[in-house]
Design a protein around this ligand. Structure first.
Ligand code: NAD
Length: 311
């Protein structure tokens, strides 16, 4: 298979590239390196199965030329920080336009399969029960979530209008080696700077599902292989959840620190657009035979160890 991976130099994208390469596929990474890092894909450079295109999805000419002759597109490129939306709402405009350009380039080049990294943020503020893919109405409360939902809509409409197939995975919080944002990364950086005090955004009681990177890549490829509808929509996460306060304790513990003062910014949300409690129903992908190897809190603990060795 010849795979085109947008955002392939990023956290999740680079792990996907490792796995696609290991499975014997040809891989093109298309990345503007806004948050991606060369060191994540270094091992593949100059290998016969690998090609790197340093470019932006907003550059339609480059995109149209480079996407030719691929079998499948894995679309992971996005500005990944949900918190940015409050200060820079135009991140949604960039991500939606990038996705449109990509789908249009696929249409022009007769590429029929697209796999997309969506997010739990499309669900918005929801009841505190496990949510299945059938939940609605979908009313995101962050501009990041709104952009993801708009991209899902574009993918669905292109698939139906131009006879393409789409796989949409709504990820939980993905954690692990090479992660460059998110709560674990933030806590480690803050504690490295000041090991006596840790600032926690909100009241620390936010509770969400965390998914280990290996499970994320396995789940995505599993869903891609096992389902062949026109649109294949899956929640990809863990059954359980982990509270932010527990994550803080785990980070402090793994760093061997004692008597750390926890300082809360207050309020039930970490930032505007933060959904304080979210739980997935993952029975749809489980019914195909997939389950995560690590539960939510094991994923967090493992990711802390990974990141402590890296940053
Ligand atoms: P990341 O920032 O590490 O990766 C995103 C990559 O996309 C980066 O390499 C960046 O340079 C590239 N990129 C961004 N805009 C681009 C553009 N216009 N043109 C070309 N390249 C561009 O983030 P990640 O955590 O690996 O996230 C990967 C995908 O998964 C994103 O779509 C993100 O929204 C989604 N997602 C991530 C999580 C998570 O917990 N990490 C959860 C839900 C969804």
């Amino acid at each position: 298979m010849k795979a085109f991976v947008t955002g392939g130099a990023g956290f999740i994208g680079s792990h996907l590239v490792d796995r696609l390469a290991r499975d014997g596929n040809e891989v093109t990474v298309y990345d503007n390196f806004s948050s991606g890092r060369m060191e994540f894909i270094e091992r593949h450079l100059n290998k016969p199965y690998f090609r790197l295109v340093k470019a932006d999805l907003l550059d339609e000419d480059v995109l149209n030329a480079e996407i030719k002759d691929h079998d499948v597109v894995f679309h992971l490129a996005a500005i990944p920080d949900v918190r940015l939306g409050e200060k820079k709402p135009d991140i949604s405009k960039i991500d939606i336009l990038s996705t449109y350009n990509l789908l249009d380039a696929m249409r022009r080049n007769d590429i029929e399969m697209v796999v997309f990294s969506s997010s739990s943020t499309v669900y918005g503020e929801t009841p505190p029960v496990p949510l299945s893919e059938n939940y609605g109405p979908l009313l995101p409360i962050s501009v990041y979530g709104a952009a993801k939902l708009a991209c899902e809509g574009l993918i669905s409409s292109f698939c139906h209008t131009f006879d393409m197939k789409g796989w949409i995975f709504r990820f939980a919080n993905v954690v692990g080696s090479r992660c460059t944002h998110g709560v674990i990364y933030d806590f480690i950086r803050k504690l490295r700077k000041n090991p006596r005090e840790l600032e926690i955004l909100g009241d620390g009681k936010q509770r969400k599902s965390y998914l280990y990177i290996e499970d994320c890549v396995n789940g995505m490829l599993f869903g891609f292989e096992k389902s062949r509808e026109q649109i294949n929509l899956f929640n990809l996460g863990t059954d359980g959840t982990t509270e932010v306060n527990e994550i803080a304790k785990m980070v402090i513990d793994e760093m061997g620190l004692k008597d750390v003062k926890l300082k809360y910014t207050g309020g039930k949300r970490g930032w505007k657009g933060d959904v304080p409690r979210f739980q997935f129903d993952i029975s749809k992908i489980k019914s195909l035979g997939w389950k995560p190897k690590y539960d939510s809190s094991d994923a967090v603990r493992k990711a802390i160890k990974d990141l402590l060795a890296e940053i």
